[in-house]
Design a protein around this ligand. Sequence first.
Ligand SMILES: Cc1cc2nc3c(=O)[nH]c(=O)nc-3n(C[C@H](O)[C@H](O)[C@H](O)COP(=O)(O)OP(=O)(O)OC[C@H]3O[C@@H](n4cnc5c(N)ncnc54)[C@H](O)[C@@H]3O)c2cc1C
Length: 333
Amino acid sequence: MEKTKKNEKDIKSKFENEKGTKEFDILIIGGGVAGMSAGIYAKRRGKNVAILEKLTLGGQVNEIPKIENFPSISSIDGFSLAQQFVKQIEFLGVEVIYDDVLNVDYSQDEKKVFGKNSQYSAKSIIIATGVSYIELGRNEKDYLGKGASFCAVCDANFFKGKEVCVVSKNGSGLKDAMFLAEICPKVTVIDSGDMTTYSLANKNKKIEVLSNAKIENLVGDELLNGVQICIREDNNSFQNNTHQSNTSNHKKELVFSVEYKTIPTSALFIELGKKPDNKVFGDVKVDEKGFIITDENMKTSINGVFAVGDVRSKTLKQIVTACSDGAIAGQQA
Ligand SMILES: Cc1cc2nc3c(=O)[nH]c(=O)nc-3n(C[C@H](O)[C@H](O)[C@H](O)COP(=O)(O)OP(=O)(O)OC[C@H]3O[C@@H](n4cnc5c(N)ncnc54)[C@H](O)[C@@H]3O)c2cc1C
């Protein structure tokens, strides 16, 4: 914290203009691995660059118990990897300002960024605000790193040869189920929508899709060993009504019959989707899910505004691709 305060004081004296706006060549909004990679490349080009971060440098990576797919490092916990990035930006002298960006104005050449604590301006902006995963809203947090996961691509290998479950909404988890079926003997997809047509057409014998089904609870001791689910027996989707209840308390309120059961499983992959934080987007073009569209140089539809990492519309949202995006934008901005 001391360090942060000192950092901000230094920046104030160096870059603040008479109106109190801190001026930079490049401002990076978000200090995850994408933002820090952009900072490394921009700083090494001699640019006056700052990262605005609302919480903790490293972003999502801090929450990953074990990473085994970052090239050149066989296995590492997320916090340690994030710290290596932090060390490198400190070594290079990339400015870090802890502020929550609330609004932006990209209408002029000199773009304005409005944080909770201060105001900033720069010719180039790199948006690196990442995503938040849509949560299940049950007790999944108790089992993160112990069987529950928000990322099949990241964690599938830890469950090779084991039976696993995927929780999904209107087919959101099917792609991951197929990926998991390559290394797991059985994948059960628990989908809250009506997936009957998909189930009939699906030729993959390793995948079982349960329609109109919801997770009530994750169960286990130290590690996850099962999920309690309920399935509507009238073939209607759970999304058409208000059954949000806990098994015991609200059984009486149900106007349809449900079957409750526990499925034994080593893992539950929560694949309900991701949502980008769009308050810093301005008028940049986004795809149908709200992710920012860029060209291969990370340029958005607005001149001088770039987007990198998970916030960008792309197929593989991983640490290595976030770093690659950051490097390109840091070089181009
Ligand atoms: C549980 C889990 C396991 C994973 N496992 C792996 C794995 O094994 N291998 C792998 O390669 N990838 C893995 N991933 C994916 C990987 O973590 C992400 O692809 C990557 O970290 C994205 O980095 P990012 O910088 O784009 O976004 P983020 O890490 O989301 O960083 C965005 C940053 O922006 C900040 N921010 C957001 N809004 C604002 C604002 N308005 N003002 C200021 N700051 C803001 C946030 O606080 C955050 O620090 C995993 C993800 C999760 C959640």
